[in-house]
Design a protein around this ligand. Structure first.
Ligand code: BMA
Length: 324
């Protein structure tokens, strides 16, 4: 199997623990980012990291002690220990008519061609997909919102597909959305989005209520490897797990395979206990194309941030073997 990506020998990594039969395993030092890493943070979770210069940069969801939801930049040399800036991500607005943002949460970061594109769920008469681009994680130039409200989980593809930018998203409602399918949209210019295609709906069990794209998809010779979250509505509320799908490389709205079982579900104490119990919510994955090692960053119980590990080839094999 070939992975189309960069050599990243320095990503966080731990071998699979002895006796672990699962294709995905947790970092033993989880959580890597505590809820109170900032002086006024209530929780730091659902966050996105990318390789940057000699180390890593990230955009972190930090809810503060007033319970405002916003995003902050962070830097790290090892991908594990993070220096998160106390100020929120400043947006440079080149056009006064650009839509303001009441709140920002659940960021994703994607390198496309010559810049990082940050997408997030932003408040503009309800949640929708806000966007900005940066090259240095200091200046962020705001772009137009990709979609109308209500939408969440906007996740860019790392290259143009047939000459157009591509994004996954999850049309939703103004509340805790009891439904949700993943859609694909294209854009010639990162501003006008169209040619919307349905990608995937819910399935049974852990993905019965809604599904949403997680990290930026990883391109492999077997298809785009997409980690996605799925939600089960239990008698004690929503339970967020994640699984994987393989999407066709040239027509990514076509699902080749998707996991019937989850890959990771809330089991650890820090995933089961927190502001919203029973949530694992992946927003980023670092993949070393040479070895296939993947470090997945995920929010735990809407409170802290953890890392899980897997091998790309094993997850692809597992996804094919355990598909619908
Ligand atoms: C979703 C989003 C996520 C959150 C999850 C669980 O709708 O708001 O940010 O992690 O619910 O509360």
């Amino acid at each position: 199997m070939k992975i189309y990506g960069s050599s990243l020998p320095h990503i966080p990594w731990q071998e699979r623990p002895q006796g672990c039969g699962s294709p995905v395993w947790r970092y033993t030092e989880n959580p890597i980012i505590p809820a109170d890493a900032l002086a006024d943070s209530n929780s730091i979770f659902n966050s996105a990291v990318v390789p940057f210069r000699d180390g890593f940069a990230g955009v972190f969801r930090c809810d503060d002690t007033q319970r405002n939801m916003d995003i902050h930049v962070g830097f790290s040399s090892d991908g594990i220990h993070w220096d998160i800036r106390p100020e929120t991500v400043p947006l440079t607005r080149r056009d006064a008519e650009l839509p303001p943002c009441d709140y920002r949460y659940d960021p994703r970061v994607c390198w496309v061609e010559d810049r990082y594109i940050v997408t997030w769920c932003g408040g503009y008469h309800g949640p929708t997909i806000g966007m900005a681009c940066t090259t240095d994680f200091e200046t962020f130039v705001q772009m137009e919102n990709a979609f109308l409200p209500f939408n969440r989980n906007g996740v860019m593809f790392p290259r143009k597909i047939h000459g157009r930018y591509a994004m996954l998203s999850r049309p939703s409602d103004n509340g805790h959305t009891p439904f949700g399918d993943i859609f694909y949209s294209e854009s010639p210019d990162l501003e006008l989005w169209g040619r919307h295609r349905h990608v995937m709906t819910t399935a049974g069990g852990w993905q019965a209520t809604k599904v949403g794209a997680g990290p930026v998809p990883i391109e492999t010779s077997e298809g785009w490897l997409l980690f996605y979250h799925g939600v089960l509505n239990s008698c004690n509320g929503f339970v967020y797990s994640f699984g994987a799908a393989l999407l066709d490389r040239e027509q990514p709205w076509k699902v080749l395979y998707r996991t019937k079982p989850y890959l990771l579900s809330p089991k650890a104490e820090y995933e089961r206990t927190g502001d919203v119990p029973n949530v694992v919510f992946p927003c980023a994955a670092l993949c070393d194309a040479d070895t296939g090692r993947i470090a997945i960053y995920y929010g735990c119980a809407d409170t802290v941030t953890g890392i899980a590990f897997c091998h790309a080839e094993e997850v692809v094999w597992f996804t094919k073997e355990h598909s619908f």
